[in-house]
Design a binder for this molecule. Structure first.
Ligand code: C5P
Length: 309
């Protein structure tokens, strides 16, 4: 049979930026308490699920894909197998992952693949899970996977997986500067813990429950990028900069090129530069490009994982 004739489903899921990321203490399971605001942006992953007897996965795309595993270490593969075991589905799937989100870039690309795989397999296999049930499976796969399902702008607490939609007015324009080499998320969290121990950065032990400051949510509601620029914050940035001090130069160059503010996205190393609007973002991207930086103009918020085509 011609493989093109086999039933297949294409799902698109967004990468994310953490506009605010507060990191608290470490729980016994190794995860840190978080209070974060996610925004889904227009840099997306596509996963095409095609009916197959077993489980297979291929990866392609503009991002550096050689380092991405295609076996059970791949979160999209784990998502498909988790859905099959949760629903008793006995067939398999071929997953073709088309990557645009930087690999190990702090933008949740792997989590987007997992969310897309859940939605794609659910549609392909006709397992018909509710959003609540998909969310539950997503949270078992990783702390950022529920947000990739959800999309938009949302507050994440717990491990980052307990989501509340945030009221955000208007669109935000971002210029992203990816790095050629990714960074390990657990290593960046580990560095933050070590740094806090060394510096005694917090007088008390880091809290095991924390909130997003009201000023961040107000700035989002107001929809004014100037106000929001002052509220952008990432507790992991200090740890990412210890490993990659050059990221500060990227942030400074972005601001010199016209961005309102720059932060490290999640655990890094991608730098996210908030701009006043689309025209300025286009200019910032152009100026960074002219000085030899790879830079992308994206916007948010965009929807979560959804079937397209
Ligand atoms: O859940 P996910 O696989 O995305 O997390 C990757 C790693 O990031 C975890 O293994 C953990 O080391 C770290 N992490 C954390 N606390 C969180 C989320 C992630 O320590 N809330």
């Amino acid at each position: 049979m011609n493989p093109a004739a086999l039933p297949s489903v294409r799902v698109r899921a967004p990468g994310k930026i953490n506009l605010f990321l507060g990191v608290g203490g470490r729980h016994d399971d190794g995860y840190h308490a978080l209070a974060t605001v996610f925004q889904a942006v227009s840099l997306t992953e596509d996963v095409v699920a095609t009916a197959a007897p077993g489980f297979h996965l291929t990866v392609e795309g503009a991002a550096d894909t050689e380092s991405v595993p295609t076996d059970d270490r791949n979160l999209a593969m784990r998502a498909a197998k988790l859905l099959a075991s949760a629903t008793g589905y006995e067939g398999g799937v071929h997953l073709a992952v088309h990557k645009s989100v930087p690999v190990a870039g702090g933008m949740g690309g792997g989590s987007a693949d997992a969310a897309a795989a859940l939605v794609a397999c659910d549609a392909l296999w006709g397992t018909g899970l509710s959003i609540a049930r998909l969310h539950e499976l997503a949270a078992r796969l990783g702390a950022d996977v529920p947000f990739a399902l959800h999309g938009g702008t949302a507050v994440g607490t717990g491990r980052g997986d307990v989501l509340t939609p945030a009221l955000a007015r208007g669109r935000l324009d971002w210029v992203l500067v990816p790095s050629d080499e990714g960074m390990s998320t657990p290593a960046v969290y580990g560095r933050l813990d070590a740094h806090r121990d060394e510096e005694g950065a917090l007088a008390d032990d880091p809290p095991l429950s924390l909130d997003v400051p009201p000023a961040v949510l107000q700035a989002l509601r107001a929809g004014d990028p100037h106000v929001l620029a002052d509220e952008l914050h990432n507790d992991l940035q200090v740890a990412a900069l210890l490993e990659r001090p050059d990221l500060q130069t990227v942030i400074d160059e972005g601001v010199a090129a016209g961005a309102l503010r720059g932060i490290v996205s999640g655990s890094g190393p991608t730098v996210a530069l908030l701009c006043e609007g689309p025209g300025i973002a286009a200019r910032v991207r152009e100026r960074l490009g002219a000085s030899g930086r790879r830079a992308l103009h994206v916007h948010g918020p965009v929807p979560g994982a959804r079937v397209i085509g």
